[in-house]
Design a protein. Structure first.
Length: 369
């Protein structure tokens, strides 16, 4: 496949709106990658991984950091903003908060709090803006939740149990449909939300609460992309299946001449393995982690074995499962070489066994917090 010419190098200046990885606080002292799998009968396990522990050998995932009860098979209902992970899975309402409550796990303080649950998500896209605002675009709703600290740090109720803080705010719906969204990002100003369909890219200004058509052109990414200020470029996974394993870069919205791919193939998939799913996580300071799930097993054979396992009352041994699935974490940094081309240099590769109980063919949920 052709590789378009590279781009000019970094300016060396940090843009005003740049937000790299937020500072950490006690008790963890540093940021970690948090992986989420629905690997137990009642819901999900959140695991904390240190990306500095490099090593190509296959390992077991660390014990769960915390477990959350929620409907399995719906990892897209997890969101993260600041240092917090929200589980927005639909729950039954209660007498105090219509629509129930959403558990919030602060990975740095190790505390659990709750947000109002009047979201009723179906196929949500969650877009964090800064460290305190989370936007949710769904089938029939577009909402925003402000995560500004409460004092006292709990849900406060007014008369008749109306939530006075930490409430979802309804925003104007866009003219396009949620299911038409192919990619999305936060623009270089750190505030404007970009969402692409197959034919155009739209922009939402959170200050004026307005959706406008930005360009008659679609972002070339699959899912979420991130803007890297130090390199003045959007980075994400490509829509083009022929570019699998390569990164996609975009500098000027609305011009295919400013779209190109990395020369390096960052996929750690072996020749006998099949790709299951992948997620690209931005670590800040031009660093990324490609979270990639691959399998040696036949998907249909695995599904058939799992159905038999359920029928036999879970008496079969897990080691007899035809699944040989693993999760690889490839950490790399982007830089500009002497010719102005962007290069991706691997800094570490880790490999972990994927719990066999986890749902199959689902993009791994990963957050850098």
């Amino acid at each position: 496949m052709p590789w378009p010419e590279g781009s000019r190098g970094p300016t060396g200046k940090r843009s005003l709106g740049e937000r790299d990885a937020p500072p950490t606080s006690e008790p963890t002292g540093q940021q970690h990658l948090y992986l989420i799998f629905d690997d137990w009968e009642l819901g999900y396990s959140i695991r904390e991984l240190n990306l500095s522990n490099a090593g190509a050998e296959q390992r077991r995932l660390p014990p769960p950091f915390i477990r959350l009860e929620a409907r399995r098979g719906c990892p897209e209902f997890f969101a993260a903003v600041g240092t917090k992970i929200l589980a927005t899975h639909p729950r039954f309402g209660d007498a105090l908060v219509p629509g129930g409550i959403l558990p919030i796990v602060d990975v740095h303080s190790r505390g659990v709090n709750f947000a109002p649950g009047e979201l009723y998500p179906q196929h949500p896209i969650y877009i964090p803006v800064g460290d305190e605002e989370l936007f949710a675009l769904d089938m029939d709703t577009f909402k925003m939740l402000s995560m500004k600290p409460l004092w006292p740090p709990r849900l406060e109720f007014e008369y008749r149990h109306q939530v006075s803080e930490w409430s979802w705010r309804n925003l104007p719906m866009p003219t396009f449909k949620r299911m038409d969204v192919t990619s999305y990002a936060v623009d270089s100003d750190g505030r404007t939300i970009l969402a692409s369909t197959a034919a155009a890219t739209f922009a939402f200004d959170p200050l004026h609460h307005e959706w406008k058509k930005h360009v008659e052109w679609s972002l070339p990414f699959s899912g979420r992309a991130n803007f890297v200020h130090g390199l003045d470029v959007f980075v994400g996974l490509p829509k083009d299946v022929d570019a699998f394993g390569h990164l996609c870069f975009c500098r000027s919205l609305g011009d295919d001449k400013h779209v190109w791919f990395s020369k390096e193939n960052l996929s750690s998939k072996g020749p006998a393995e099949s790709h299951v799913c992948s997620t690209l996580v931005y670590l800040g300071e031009s660093r990324f982690c490609l979270v990639e799930c691959v399998s040696n097993g036949d998907t249909k054979a695995v599904q058939k074995w799992l159905e038999k396992w359920e029928e036999l009352g879970q008496t079969e041994k897990w080691e007899d499962c035809p699944l040989s699935s693993r999760c690889r974490l490839t950490t790399f940094s982007l830089s500009s070489d002497m010719n102005g081309d962007l290069t991706a240099a691997k800094t570490a590769v880790q490999c972990y066994n994927v719990p066999v109980e986890a749902s199959y063919n689902v993009n791994p949920v990963a957050f850098w917090l």
